[in-house]
Write a protein of this length. Structure first.
Length: 116
């Protein structure tokens, strides 16, 4: 379930990761955004972000959170947002791992010389 999003400063992502984790902890327990009426099926696409616009992904098992940092399509490159979702622990971990695997596959497609 989508909880919401917040702006992220365009800093080095290593530095930003700690701040991002603090913000995720602060949002723990925040109720998900109410879906538009009528209720949507679980297969309905609510949003789509191109992989090239996603810069960072994380998950917090204890808080059942999955989040990623992305640029919006028509926003300046320095304008970043963190999108936060909650769900069953196995589901949020799977989403994070799928996103990470997608990054790996895209890298290998762009750099075939790196393949063993």
């Amino acid at each position: 379930q989508y909880v919401g999003s917040f702006a992220v400063e365009d800093l080095d992502l290593q530095q930003q990761a700690g701040r991002l984790e603090e913000q995720l902890r602060a949002l723990k327990g925040r109720p998900p955004v109410t879906p538009p009426q009528p209720p949507l099926s679980p297969q309905t696409l609510l949003m789509a972000h191109a992989l090239r616009r996603i810069l960072y992904s994380t998950w917090r098992h204890a808080d059942r959170q999955f989040a990623f940092v992305a640029r919006n399509p028509r926003s300046p490159a320095s304008t970043l947002f963190c999108l936060l979702f909650v769900g069953p622990p196995g589901e949020v971990q799977t989403l994070h791992l799928l996103l990470c695997r997608s990054f790996q596959l895209c890298y290998l497609l762009a750099h075939p010389e790196e393949q063993a």
